[in-house]
Design a protein around this ligand. Structure first.
Ligand SMILES: NC(=O)c1ccc[n+]([C@@H]2O[C@H](COP(=O)([O-])OP(=O)(O)OC[C@H]3O[C@@H](n4cnc5c(N)ncnc54)[C@H](OP(=O)(O)O)[C@@H]3O)[C@@H](O)[C@H]2O)c1
Length: 312
């Protein structure tokens, strides 16, 4: 396919970005990836033909640098996000201020479409700073750039995901798996390839007003059910222990001090609310995509946590 369209991706070096890049290169897009460290992300270039993917060292809070990336682009995709705050990375900056700057610049520079990745369940009133910042980021995008698309995925799974891989790693070192709040929080996990396909399809939508999609997989599961699926798949037995939210919050004050925090107080608040579609917005089906089930994908990458790996 001949395609001279150029696309800028912010946060393209992450989990979702790598899968999205694969879809976009198949369609011959020319891709500019803004990253903090192009030297560490050089492998991304191998996903395209020579010169098809360019990496740019970018400070996303520097207006001139962001403007340089989006110049001459038709489309812009924002995948920048963090799960927990650090001394230098605050939700308000990453999830609110950057979307404000990016959408303002997209509007001033004739960009045709901006696709912004938010998260499922950001609409209600929440204690979680993560969700509040995601909601404020959506508002900034909607105010500044009308032909925008906002994607709200539930937990995203696939090779290199943080959800199943993190808990599978925990299984290797712990005889128990904690079920915060009894493990009743509901999710509809979505395959990373389906999110990537949804983003690509949304580029050809002809919307003049902001449009929100709620992206969930075909099934809804409680956190406890997801842990049971994981244990069955990696053929391990562990005690599933219910922990009240209050105790989990107490523990999280210590666990957040780890270099890669295992649990933060904000994540405990996050778990108090379900991450499933409300039914008030279009979904994967409206984009003509049949979401893949966990059972059809998880065995393909999680086997490495079995005793004996793929032969286990
Ligand atoms: N994965 C999920 O289950 C899930 C669920 C719901 C929503 N989401 C949202 O989907 C988006 C993509 O998620 P993901 O799983 O692909 O996340 P990821 O693997 O952690 O990637 C996030 C990207 O954000 C960029 N980033 C973080 N801090 C930055 C900063 N200060 N300056 C510049 N870039 C920064 C990183 O870019 P560089 O390191 O290249 O600079 C990284 O590539 C995020 O907005 C996330 O909140 C994900």
């Amino acid at each position: 396919m001949q395609n001279n369209r150029q696309i800028a991706i912010f946060g393209g070096g992450g989990f979702l970005g790598r899968h999205l890049m694969r879809e976009l290169t198949k369609l011959d897009f020319r891709i500019k990836v803004a990253t903090r460290n192009p030297y560490l992300k050089g492998y991304l270039k191998q996903q395209g033909n020579a010169g098809q993917i360019e990496l740019f060292k970018t400070n996303i809070f520097n207006e001139n640098e962001v403007k340089k990336i989006i110049s001459n682009c038709d489309f812009v995709i924002n995948l920048v996000g963090i799960l927990y705050e650090t001394k230098n990375q605050k939700f308000v900056d990453i999830h609110e201020q950057f979307p404000y700057l990016l959408s303002k610049l997209c509007s001033e520079n004739g960009i045709k479409k901006l696709v912004h990745i938010s998260a499922l369940g950001v609409e209600e009133k929440f204690d979680s700073k993560y969700k509040q910042s995601k909601l404020n980021g959506e508002k900034n995008i909607k105010d500044n750039f009308k032909p925008s698309i906002i994607m709200r995925p539930s937990i995203v799974f696939g090779p290199e995901d943080k959800f199943f891989n993190t808990f599978a790693s925990l299984v290797q070192i712990s005889p128990i798996l904690p079920l915060i709040g009894g493990g009743k929080t509901k999710f509809s996990p979505i395959y990373v390839g389906d999110v990537a396909e949804a983003i690509v399809k949304s580029l050809s939508l002809n919307n003049s007003q902001p449009k929100i999609y709620e992206l969930g997989g075909p099934e809804v599961y409680s956190f406890k059910e997801l842990m049971e699926i994981l244990l069955t798949e990696i053929k391990k037995k562990r005690f599933l222990i219910s922990i009240p939210f209050s105790f989990a919050k107490f523990q999280s004050y210590f666990l957040q001090l780890m270099p890669k925090p295992l649990l933060t107080p904000d994540q405990v608040d996050l778990l108090k609310n379900n991450a499933i579609a409300t039914g008030n917005y279009p979904t994967l089906k409206d984009l003509g995509i049949n979401g893949k089930t966990i059972q059809s994908i998880l065995p393909k990458y999680i086997y490495r946590f079995r005793t004996g790996g793929q032969f286990g």
